[in-house]
Design a protein. Sequence first.
Length: 74
Amino acid sequence: MFLDNISYKNILKHKGLLLVDQQLASDSSTLPYVENMVVDNTYFHEEFAQAMIIMSKNNPLISDQCKIQKDLYV
């Protein structure tokens, strides 16, 4: 698997996967972040890594408290 900033490039082309993704480019407060993600893949990787760290510290459900979806096509 290769992780890159292509989804942000698509957002600027009005080809965002989800409406909420596309709204990132329509909001003047988030557009600069989208533009930075597009032009600087290193910035994208740094921000993505930081987001994963923050989410992992946000009391993730574990063991019998949650169901992990293993097959997205069920």
